[in-house]
Design a protein around this ligand. Structure first.
Ligand SMILES: O=C(O)C1=C[C@@H](OP(=O)(O)O)[C@@H](O)[C@H](O)C1
Ligand SMILES: C=C(OP(=O)(O)O)C(=O)O
Length: 427
């Protein structure tokens, strides 16, 4: 797809947005619905990443139909013998969630774009090597062949929770019990809870076990995914952009979010409050009130997707903010730590990039100019929110990359009163 730049004229943003369906839950519920067959998922997110998951599930032999944002899956008659490559686009979740499900004895190949195939897969590589499952990672594909068997899986918890979620989709239907032992500090834990919540909707269970040595998941075998009709709740990782925009601008009211959500990124409300903002529920809408922000220290290890927008908020807050435990941000769609450090510095902010932290001395104001999205949807959307508070126009080099998670982002930006022009091709 051609890169299309966007030039934003600074304007305070305000307004009401119906928040799109959660990307994380859309992946999970689509996979469970495919495994169960005869199921419905209402309000499926229609981003490029979710389309990649549906495409790859079809490639694995799951029959499904998408009518608008309603996904309907059919009974699985047989597993596909088709071994055409499974294209995961740029979606880490798609790739890591589906790898264990593809271990059905056939030779399978996964492909992808951008940085996807260079994002780490070592945890799978090591686990599979121990089990004599073939796993080859090349620059432009991953090939695997073998059968997943139940048992004990020892896995790091500080690379990506997506490996653990991936195993959780595949292990329950095997013919014996399994256990996943987490051998390090566990980061992004809430995403594993989202996986457990999705499994539970389809009658599949796995239990946490905590002890002094750490935590583990016990997964009974011989389970079946039961057909279900489910709906996807609103996306807090996406809502974070509009809460930030409303706080820096003229306020925001967001609908479609679940008050008692298990999404880790629901923590954005508390983090904004910690920075001095007023964020509160009124009925079923979450409101962000225009507020002056102050710097603070935030551990982003459990909520990595909030990092780019927190960095923007830090640049607009009085005083110093430290975003710590951010090393894993380097292995997302871009090196998000380096990307935010470089782009905020280009806008005039005082930033210091550490190996696993970002320190921002805020309050100096941001100027416009040119910035790069690093082909990363969350960097692009964060810079677009930053642009609303800049002293001059800001041109971002790649407007289309937002489609990875949020195809409606620019429409929403306009609905919030934002003013921008795109390269002709995009309009
Ligand atoms: O399971 C998920 O839906 C996700 C888990 C997180 O990844 P890590 O577990 O690699 O931090 C997050 O960054 C990603 O956007 C979505
Ligand atoms: C990191 C992300 O997604 P994934 O890991 O699924 O590519 C994201 O959406 O920010």
């Amino acid at each position: 797809m051609k890169n299309v730049s966007v030039t934003i004229t600074p304007k305070p943003l305000s307004g009401e947005i119906k928040i799109m369906p959660s990307k994380s839950m859309s992946h999970r519920l689509a996979i469970c619905a495919a495994l169960a067959g005869d199921s419905r998922v209402r309000f499926l997110g229609l981003s490029e990443d979710i389309m990649a998951t549906c495409r790859a599930l079809r490639g694995l032999g799951c029959e499904m139909e998408l009518k608008g944002d309603m996904l309907a899956t059919r009974s699985k008659k047989s597993v596909s013998n088709d071994t055409a490559p499974l294209d995961c686009g740029e979606s880490g979740s798609t790739l890591r969630f589906l790898i264990p499900l593809a271990l059905d004895g056939r030779r399978r190949r996964f492909t992808g774009r951008g940085r996807l195939l260079s994002r780490p897969q070592e945890e799978y590589a090591r686990l599979f090597a121990e089990r004599e499952i073939e796993f080859i990672q090349k620059e432009d594909y991953i090939e695997l062949c073998g059968r997943l068997r139940p048992g004990l899986f020892k896995i790091r918890g500080d690379v990506s929770s997506q490996f653990i979620s991936g195993l959780l989709f595949a292990l329950p239907t095997l013919g014996g019990d399994s256990r996943i032992e987490i051998t390090t500090r566990l980061e992004s834990r809430s995403y594993i809870d989202l996986t457990l919540a999705a499994l539970a909707e389809f009658g599949v269970s796995a239990e946490w076990e905590e002890n002094k040595r750490g935590c583990a998941l016990n997964i009974p075998g011989n389970q079946r995914f039961s057909p279900a009709a489910v709906s996807v709740e609103g996306d807090f990782s996406h809502a974070a952009f509009w809460l930030a925009a409303g706080t820096l601008g003229g306020g925001a009211a967001l609908s479609g979010l679940k008050k008692e959500s298990k999404q880790g990124d629901a923590k954005i409300a508390e983090l904004l409050r910690r920075m001095g903002a007023t964020v509160e529920w009124s009925g079923d809408k979450l409101h962000a009130v225009p507020s002056k922000l102050r710097g603070t220290e935030i551990d982003v290890s459990q909520t990595p997707d909030l990092f780019p927008i927190l960095a923007v908020l830090a640049a607009c807050a009085e005083g110093e903010t430290r975003l710590i435990n951010a090393a894993r941000l380097r292995i997302k769609e871009s090196d998000r730590l380096a990307a935010m450090a470089a782009e905020l510095a280009a806008l005039g902010a005082e930033v210091k990039e550490g190996t696993d932290s970002l320190t921002v001395a805020g309050g100096g104001g941001l100027r416009g100019g040119a910035a790069s999205a690093h082909n990363d949807h969350r960097i692009a959307m964060s810079l677009a929110v930053a642009a609303s508070a800049c002293g001059g126009e800001l041109t971002i080099d790649d407007a289309n990359c937002v489609k990875k998670s949020a195809p409606g982002f620019w429409k929403e930006y306009r609905a919030m009163g934002g003013s921008f022009v795109m390269d002709k091709e995009a309009q």
